[in-house]
Ligand binder design. Structure first.
Ligand code: PLP
Length: 474
């Protein structure tokens, strides 16, 4: 931020241009304003700057982007998120308890992270036990907990080897590097380009942003990392045309999550596999969102039977603890020798104890069967809701408990209406609201979620009807 900080030991004075941190507007008309922090009480605000500070902390005085985003709170956190003014202090399974005591039905699961819900006893026990032993040792030493997670992931998938990191973007970075390195180690260093699909999302690092190719995320961040060729989603002819002598791999999410829960046709994935085999390319699946049981299979590719060469995982793998993983066949990983890649924290004992606990639960017989049955019932109920509210819901799509409700109204309005019903959901591209309950959600909680969605849709439908239409409905 362009603010200048003048600090004393007890009290710090931060002087900022008097602009909204999001939209740059100057709601109070002052040239600059100051914020005092530190001292005995944090976040003290000097008298003369109080109105401006309020603009940031509470409600803006004039309409500006913060007003449009609803009541947004901020602090000393970089304001890269338009946060809702709601904080949770506890979680229990599929429920989040807000700081004011309100109970929210959590159908976001931390954006597909809390697959076992909140405070799952097995996860709590595993982390507590490991926390009393050793948290971190560095990857200069053997880490038996990581060996065990890797072994279990490989036993359950196409993969032979795993690299652990801390997030989805890092897992994808590893996948991208590995694909290029594979070609180089195979005598084709000129093959470094990767074909990706429009609307994809692969993370926020510079390379993964380039892979996703979305202008809104790339804007202003300088030259785009070279080596990605985007083709329209689902367009096989365009994909074939995009393959050149410089192509190393094709990268795809089996279900485009952020893009709007767009399910890739199995035939398309099969065709990509064939194309890769014919042209000596690697097939990369980004299963950061679809992986770890979300679709009713441990990995979404297993639903289709098309195996990738490299796969990125994260989100649900740690059940809420930050863990990412890049899985690969030993052939695809052949270039990744000692020293070619690394991560300080990746795969440390604490993170791996979380991943092992997640696997303990997910690999239990019947766990994924139950996810599939729950998902089926949920989708049937959602189809009824869609039929009841055609002016609010256009389509229900997705696999397993990765469900997208394409809205007729703006998706953000549906998210807000759900939150008013004490249920949280998250929007995605294509005007979709994602419903991502934890995989341990009960039938009663699904029924409760459906009832809350029904009420939210009814409220939105009512708000959109003219008085005459309202009369007719009655
Ligand atoms: N890939 C996919 C498919 C994702 O959905 C995401 C995050 O939403 C990422 C990669 C990036 O993951 P992270 O935010 O953990 O870096």
């Amino acid at each position: 931020m362009a603010g200048v900080g003048r600090k004393s030991r007890a009290l710090r004075v931060h002087t900022f241009p008097a602009r909204c941190v999001w939209c740059g507007e100057n709601p109070a008309g002052a040239a600059r304003f100051s914020v005092l922090t530190g001292g005995t009480r944090a976040n003290k605000i000097s008298k003369q700057c109080r109105p401006e500070r309020r603009h940031i902390l509470f409600r803006p005085r004039r309409s500006c982007c913060a007003a449009r985003a609803g009541s947004t709170v901020t602090s000393h956190l970089l304001p890269t998120y338009a946060r809702v003014n709601l904080a949770f202090e506890r979680g229990e399974g599929a429920w989040l308890i807000a700081t004011n005591g309100d109970r929210y039905l959590d159908f976001t699961s931390g954006v597909a992270v809390n697959a076992l819900g909140h405070a799952h006893p097995r996860l709590v026990a595993a982390l507590t036990e490991q926390a009393q032993k050793v948290w971190h040792v560095s990857n200069l030493y053997q880490i038996p907990e990581a060996e065990r997670v890797a072994q279990r992931l490989c036993d359950a998938s196409f993969a032979d080897v795993v690299f652990f990191c801390n997030s989805g973007a890092e897992a994808m970075e590893c996948a991208i590097k590995m694909a290029r390195k594979f070609q180089s180690a195979s005598g084709h260093p000129e093959r470094y380009r990767i074909i990706t699909f429009e609307g994809a999302f692969h993370g926020r690092t510079l390379a993964t942003l380039a892979a996703g190719g979305q202008k809104k995320y790339l804007d202003g961040f300088g030259p785009v990392v070279e080596g990605f060729d985007q083709v329209p989603f689902g367009d096989l002819a365009a994909t074939k045309r995009a393959v050149t002598d410089e192509t190393a791999a094709i990268l795809i999410e089996p279900i485009m999550g952020e893009g709007g829960v767009l399910v890739v046709e199995p035939a398309f994935l099969r065709a990509l596999r064939e194309l890769c085999d014919q042209r000596g390319l690697l097939l990369l699946f980004d299963e950061v969102q679809t992986g770890m049981g979300r679709t009713g299979e441990l990995f979404a590719y297993q639903r289709v039977g098309v195996e990738p060469d490299i796969m990125a995982l994260a989100k649900a793998l740690g059940g809420g603890f930050p863990v990412g993983a890049c899985l690969a066949s030993s052939e695809a990983a052949k270039g990744m020798t000692a020293g070619t890649h690394g991560s300080t924290f990746g795969g440390n004992p604490l993170a791996m104890s979380a991943a092992n606990a997640v696997l303990d639960v997910m690999l239990e017989p019947g766990f994924l069967d139950r996810v599939r049955q729950t998902a089926l019932r949920f989708k049937q109920r959602l189809a009824e809701i869609k039929d009841r509210h055609p002016s609010v819901i256009a389509e229900v799509r997705g696999e397993g408990l990765l469900i997208g409700v394409r809205a007729v109204v703006p998706a953000s309005e549906l998210v807000d209406a759900l939150r008013a019903e004490k249920m949280i959901a998250v929007s995605a591209g294509d005007n979709v609201v994602r419903l991502l309950p934890p995989l341990i959600v009960s039938d009663e909680e699904i029924a409760e979620g459906v009832a809350r969605l029904d009420r939210a849709c009814a409220q939105l439908g009512r708000a959109r009807r003219t008085p005459r239409q309202e009369e007719a409905v009655r």
